[in-house]
Write a protein that binds this ligand. Structure first.
Ligand code: ZN
Ligand code: ZN
Length: 468
């Protein structure tokens, strides 16, 4: 019992354990959670709306690559769903973007140990001729090794970076090891490489490769760039260790299809106070094309809409809650840019995004002005019974909300556990089967509690320190 009480105190305050071990006085009591907020939160633990949205979107639309006709079908599906749920002012705002689509993608080791490779093109990859290319690889155990390679040293070669990402609860390893994908091919191209393969940025040990966008600097022509499955990459690394030159044959024929529309789908829970700012919550509607985009990011749009729906069905909140299902996030963020361009002059009180799957939320982080600190304390108190700790970093993560956060809009992050997210992220395995309905409900409960506190908070929220 005593241990349970201590853990609850820790959850509410996020003080390090050592603070207690050193005999410091107990922290100030957390604010009481209002009966209304507690009731909304606890009812959401039985939510079925979020699962219904993930199931529907993955079944009736499936993969929805940004700017393609599949994303257009997803938008129409979204309008129908959000309208049926009773949201107000449901609409689509489109913007043109240049669209990249996958082609043929095969690879094999030609010598010294001939065998097929499981790989997939990275978004933005250049193309080989239809018959493919054959060349020797130059091996780099890490991204930094590639960065240190001398100018011109990759002329006519295929660069191979094998850095391995290991799962972390906060997902931080993605940012660090992901550089091999985000910018590696551009660097390899500048050093003369004719193609690049990377070990998938993922924490699984399967043969499903992880795609994702890569970015070439202005003026650098895209080279063919692919991710090997983690096990194919490890196999290739073992071949490297045997010391003989290795030749690969690659066929990658993606292409740019020109300018097409992507679009944000917007829906609202109208607030009662015309002078209060907007609360924007959402995720991204587009997905990569290999799976059906269940954890990335059908679950994010589902969780945030299901939570907003709970406020929609009760007494009108003080602030308007605007649900935004962003268009292109995956291939460059045209959706977020279009939202910011169209709405930056409206008063936004707070933004929050869900784009990290549907496993249980374990941490909340804030970026609030001093005037709204008490509201943040009430959010933390309302989340503690869900097992959520208060973090110490500045909130405001998420590509779709980054421009708003940078402009000084307050933000709250509800962080999902990332221990299995990168087993499936951007792979053919990102399907409905990855969603755990119980953990999904915990997400909805957390978002509902946060919205119930913030949308009705009497405090001034306004602008805060811009997060860089
Ligand atoms: Zn993604
Ligand atoms: Zn995402």
């Amino acid at each position: 019992m005593r241990k349970t009480a201590l853990l609850a105190a820790l959850a509410a305050t996020a003080l390090p354990f050592s603070a207690f071990a050193q005999g410091r006085p107990a922290p100030a009591p957390a604010p009481a959670v209002s009966a209304e907020v507690a009731a909304l939160r606890d009812a959401a633990l039985k939510d079925d709306v979020a699962y219904d949205i993930v199931e529907g979107l993955t079944t009736e639309v499936g993969p929805r690559l940004a700017g393609t006709e599949a994303e257009a079908r997803a938008r129409d599906w979204a309008v129908q769903k959000l309208t049926a749920l009773g949201f107000k002012n449901v609409r689509i705002e489109t913007t043109p973007m240049s669209v990249w689509v996958r082609g043929v993608e095969t690879g094999e080791v030609v010598a010294p140990f001939p065998q097929k490779l499981h790989l997939t093109a990275l978004g933005g990859s250049g193309a080989t001729p239809p018959e493919g290319i054959t060349a020797e690889i130059v091996y780099f155990p890490s991204f930094a090794d590639l960065q240190r390679a001398p100018e011109g040293s990759l002329k006519g070669k295929i660069a191979f970076v094998s850095n391995a990402m290991v799962a972390t609860q906060d997902g931080s390893s993605y940012g660090q090891f992901g550089a091999a994908r985000f910018v590696g091919p551009g660097i390899a191209a500048q050093k003369g490489a004719i193609a690049m393969v990377i070990r998938s940025i993922g924490s699984d040990h399967g043969r499903g490769p992880h795609t994702g966008q890569t970015n070439f600097p202005k003026g650098v022509a895209p080279i063919p760039a692919a991710a090997l499955s983690t096990s194919d990459a490890d196999n290739l690394s073992r071949m490297v260790a045997r010391g003989q030159p290795i030749k690969l044959h690659l066929v990658l024929t993606p292409r740019e299809t020109g300018q097409h529309d992507t679009g944000n789908v917007i829906a609202e829970v109208p607030g009662t106070d015309p002078n209060a700012g907007l609360i924007v919550v959402g995720g991204h509607l587009d997905s990569w094309d290999l799976g059906t985009g269940a954890i990335d990011d059908a679950s994010g749009v589902a969780i945030t809409a299901a939570a907003a729906k709970r406020l929609l069905d009760g007494p009108a909140p003080r602030r308007t809650i605007r649900v935004v299902w962003f268009g292109d996030e995956e291939t460059g963020g045209a959706g977020a840019a279009a939202y910011f361009a169209a709405h930056k002059n409206e008063r936004h009180d707070l933004v929050a995004e869900s784009d990290f799957g549907a496993d249980r939320i374990w941490r909340v982080e804030f970026n609030l002005p001093d005037s709204a600190k008490p509201a943040g304390d009430r959010v933390a108190a309302a989340l503690a019974p869900l097992g959520i700790v208060r973090g110490t970093a500045l909130g405001g993560d998420g590509a779709d909300i980054a421009l708003l956060v940078k402009s000084g809009v307050a933000a709250i992050d509800l962080n999902q556990s990332g221990t299995r997210y990168f087993d499936y992220h951007h792979t053919p395995e990102d399907t409905l089967e990855r969603i755990d309905p119980e953990q999904l409900r915990q997400n909805v409960a957390a978002w509902t509690a946060m919205l119930a506190v913030i949308a009705n908070a009497p405090e001034e929220i306004g602008t805060t320190k811009a997060k860089p």
